[in-house]
Design a binder for this molecule. Structure first.
Ligand code: ZN
Length: 309
């Protein structure tokens, strides 16, 4: 076949191209009326590749069946099966698919939507969207309860940011941090610690001018790190600090280190209407804003279980 486009999978096939079977499955069937215009490459559930010829709808022609024959065929089949959307009553040219085939079973809500119901693509999408939004609402409540529990322990919030050397002219990056910016606030007293800790020697220019030696902050930071519960934004955010103040990883404090990022994402619970995924929460950056977000999350916890410590 001379230089025909091969589309990888049905989803990538443009609207105006149909296979022979698809043309035959139209409500008013058609047959190819011009040359083959492209291929679609699919793989079946065994992973075996298959190719289908694609024709332009614009060049296709009505099939030889007469209107009377089409009517007779329709009556032989269960009346209208697969031709009418069970929700909105749309009568698409193409067969109406079963809900389970379109949405994926993970997106079917428990009760009302049987996977064998036939819905048009728009109505199937509404079902999926509603299910995704309902799932987000459930996890939001869980995240709020979690925040209330954590806040009840009055944990310090510690934010750590690594400072690196600027990339070399060659583009190579040195991934060894030269300093740590630490921003911490305690939930009880609201006492705030903001400092830059020097990790590299005095000749390293990338170290910020306000950086202090690690030892000068040990007395302030070690109790925060050893708190029963510590809140960060990212998982592993405390790692550089722990490495700095505890020589042996075996002696690292084993308090509950709670990263807020994932929980805040659930709590915001904003479903992206295109992907149906929940949008990632945006980093509050500073310790006091991170604590503020934790407080806002906790404030929305249902009152009955709000403070179960
Ligand atoms: Zn519909």
């Amino acid at each position: 076949m001379p230089d025909l486009i091969v589309y990888p999978g049905w989803r990538t096939v443009p609207a105006g191209l149909y296979s022979k079977t698809q043309l035959a499955d139209l409500d008013l069937p058609r047959v190819p009326g011009g040359p083959q215009r492209a291929w679609v490459e699919t793989s079946n559930w065994r992973g075996k590749k298959d190719h289908f010829e694609l024709y332009a709808l614009a060049e296709s022609l009505p099939s030889p069946a007469t209107a009377a024959q089409l009517e007779a065929a329709r009556h032989r089949a269960a009346t209208g099966t697969g031709r009418v959307c069970g929700e909105c009553g749309a009568r698409p040219d193409r067969p109406v698919p079963e809900l389970g085939a379109v949405t994926g079973f993970a997106y079917l809500p428990d009760g009302d939507a049987e996977p064998t119901r036939r819905l048009c693509l728009a109505c199937a999408r509404v079902v999926r969207l509603r299910a995704a939004v309902a799932a987000a609402a459930r996890t939001r409540t869980e995240a709020a309860r979690w925040a209330a529990r954590v806040l009840a322990a009055a944990p310090p919030v510690v934010r750590v940011d690594e400072v690196f050397r600027p990339p070399a002219p060659s583009g190579r990056r040195n991934l060894e941090p030269v300093a740590l910016r630490v921003d911490a606030v305690t939930a009880i007293s609201g006492r705030r610690v903001q400092a830059t800790i020097r990790l590299a020697g005095p000749r390293v220019k990338a170290v910020p001018a306000d950086a202090v030696e690690p030892g000068s902050l040990a007395e302030v930071l070690r109790p925060l790190l050893a708190a029963e519960m510590v809140v960060t934004w990212r998982p592993e955010e405390l790692r550089p600090l722990l490495r700095l103040y505890y020589a042996d990883a075996l002696t690292w404090p084993r308090g509950g280190h709670n990263s807020l990022w994932e929980r805040a994402t659930w709590w915001r619970g904003e479903v992206d209407p295109d992907t149906l995924a929940v949008r990632h929460a945006i980093d509050p950056v500073t310790a006091d804003r991170t604590l503020l977000l934790l407080r806002r999350m906790a404030a929305t916890a249902p009152p009955d279980k709000a403070v179960t410590k």
